[in-house]
Every structure is written in structure tokens, then in C-alpha cells.
Design a protein around this ligand. Sequence first.
Ligand SMILES: Nc1ncnc2c1ncn2[C@@H]1O[C@H](COP(=O)(O)OP(=O)(O)OP(=O)(O)O)[C@@H](O)[C@H]1O
Length: 416
Amino acid sequence: MKLSNSYAILTQNNSNTDQLVQDLLGNYDISGLTELQHLNGLLFSRSEINRYMDEEERHDIKILTKDSEQALKTMSSGEQKKALLSYLMEQDPDFIILVNPYDNLDVATQAQLKEQLIAITSNKIVVQLVSRLDDVLPSTDQFFKLDGNQLHSYDSPDAFWKENKTEAISFNRTIPPPLSPVVVDLEELVSFKKVSVSFDGRQVLDNIDWTISKGEFWQIIGPNGSGKSTLLSMITGDSHKGYGQDLTIFGQKKGSGESVWDLKQKIGYYTPSITNKFRGYHSLENMIISGLHDSIGLYVLPTDSEKQLANKWLHLLNLKNRKNDHFRDLSVGDKRLVMMARAMVKHPPLLILDEPTAGLDESSAYLFVALVNKIAKESDSTIVFVSHRKEPQLDPEYIFELHPSEKGSKGAVSKN
Ligand SMILES: Nc1ncnc2c1ncn2[C@@H]1O[C@H](COP(=O)(O)OP(=O)(O)OP(=O)(O)O)[C@@H](O)[C@H]1O
């Protein structure tokens, strides 16, 4: 039996990835992958990590973290992926299916994982299901593309690379202005002064000094576990770690009785997992209008001006003719664009985007980044974009980088 094959399957937003994964694990005969039919495969994916996290939380069964005190949920993405990979390799499968293995990982952790995966390809069959071309392992010798449920194979690597090059894309219309702007009469929106954070006695952030001023466009970068999400959650009010420290958000000292509602009015927040909350039958028009009310669904009849505004956004996103379609029926890429419009429709003074391009295919990621750049240029909103991936098109003004050390991460500011 040949054990060194490395397959890459490029997925797009319309790909039925879950079905293919199930068929592979269920030993179905799949054209082009017949070799795998009688072999034992295991899955390396974000959904598997979520499944083990659920086991831990609901049933108190520790599987990936059986040798560790820490809960899987509190580990960084890199730590979680490491734990899953070593658990899978202990079981010595014949093949391993990798679904977007580098999503949510910083550049250094991506490089480490890539090395581990390349080492694995020397004695195991690897099936990569990836949405970004950069993620294809160099050892790959067989190429496919998954279009819906159809798996197309390529005669040669050249044929694959030639067909799948991406072109840059842009939007033509301008960003629709808000109905009633949220006015903030301050130059400094957020100010961290010597803020430190510890969890269970372990320091994660060390003396962070960071000021975010009106209209700026920031990218936060830093390795997995360096504290990026912790920083964001102190701004959004989802963590109490800022209390009692010199942290000021919209002119109010953290923990001084500020209203959470007031904060939510001023901050637009988007991370891809929010999309899961919108599983009902919401029309695209209502999805965007619900951003004006901070609600999941619309409980009041929209006004004409709200409808007009939503339609301007849909026009910009080239979804004008789909205003009555259900959000749940959109492709992953279009869902992200609509969620972005929903977060931006009221032009929040501060827009936080947490790993917004994770899991998107090449052309959808380009489109999303083009929309973010456009919002940064044409609106007064301040943008904070967290991403591990070097998004080649992203055009922030400033970078806030976290550098981990034994005493927690230090922050460094640079101009892009
Ligand atoms: N509630 C918690 N309890 C214990 N430890 C925590 C908790 N929240 C975060 N941590 C730890 O703090 C560190 C920073 O985590 P954080 O999620 O902020 O990092 P990150 O830079 O966002 O990581 P990633 O890029 O992987 O998402 C990690 O080592 C994590 O394990």
C-alpha cells in the first residue's frame, strides 16, 4: 500500500464540505479517492475541537486535555489545535483529513503546524480541504476542486494552479451614510494605561499602553495565546479584567458604572461565529435593518427610511435583487458581507472585526477585505481588525503587535 499520497481539495463557498468529510470517514467510494475506501481516517478541524469542548463543558469528559489542568475552552487556538493533532496521531490513523488547518493561527504557529503536517505526509495519507490557496502543502501531488457536491480532479498541478488564480475585486458604490449618526465628542476612544491581566496567577498582558483615536484604522497581530481576544473583550465589556485599572472607553473609566447598552450603541462587533445566531428565516433587508436595533430578528415594523438604507447597502454589496431572500440561504462569503453591513449600518464610532476572514475562500476574502478598506476610507468609524493571516490587500494605518514573554505580552505600536 502506498502511504505517501497528499491530496488537496480546494473548497469554495458553495462546497458541501461536511458531506465530503462524512463520506470519506464513512468509507464511501469516492471517484479519484478510491484508495481511501477501506482505510481508517480521522478528522482535524475546528468542528472537532468544538465537539471536544462541548464534551468537556456539558459532560465533564476531558479527552484532548486529559493530561492538563486547563480547560480546552480557555486555551488559545494554537494550543487547541496542537492538542487535537497529538490526540489524533496517538490513534495512528491511515489517513487524516485536514479542514482549513491554519485558520485562526498566527504566522509563527501556522509555520510550526505546517512543518508538523509536512512530517506527517511522509508516512500518512493527508487529505487537505482548504479554502485558501496559500494553505496547500508543498508535498501535494493530487489536486481537486469541490463545486457543490461535485469533485473535479485536475490532470496536473499546473492545471490546478492556472485555473484557480484570484483576481483583485472592488466595489463601485459609496458607503451609505447613517440615518442618525452616533456622535462622540472625543478624540480618544479607548485608552489603556499600564494595564495588566492575569488568569489563575499567570500573567497574560503586561503593562499595555494603547490609545485608539477617532477615525483610525488598526490591525492587531500577535501569536496565538498572546492576549488579542482578552484585549478586545475588555473594550467590548465582555470581560471584567479591566476593572480597577487605568482603562478608559469612550471617556469613561472601566468599572465606573458605565452602561453596557451605551457601550453597545457605540461599538459594532463582528466575528464569524455571530453568524450562527441567525439561523431563522430573516430576509436580507431585515438582517441589515436589525443592525440599527442591535437585535437578532426584527420585532418592529421597519420605517421607509430604514428600508431605503438597507437597500442602499444591498446595492453596494451587489445583492440588490435578493432583498427578500433568506439570509440562511446565502453563500458563506455573501453572509459575511451582509453581517458586515449589519455591523456598520449605524456607523458605530468603533468597529471591531475579530478574525473576520477566517474560513473564507480566496475570492470572498478579497472581497471582504476590499469592503473593510472602503469603510475605513469613506466613513468616520474607527476600525480594529484582528487577523492572523497576512491579508495582502488590507490597508491599516497602524499595527498593534503583542509580543509574548514570561511576564505576559507587551504591546508595540507601529505605522503600517
Ligand atoms: N478565562 C480564562 N481562563 C484562563 N485562561 C485564559 C482565559 N481566557 C484566556 N486565557 C489564556 O490567556 C491567554 C490569552 O488568550 P487570548 O484568547 O486572549 O489569546 P489570543 O491572542 O486571542 O489567542 P488566539 O489568537 O489563539 O485566539 C491564553 O494563554 C489563554 O489560554
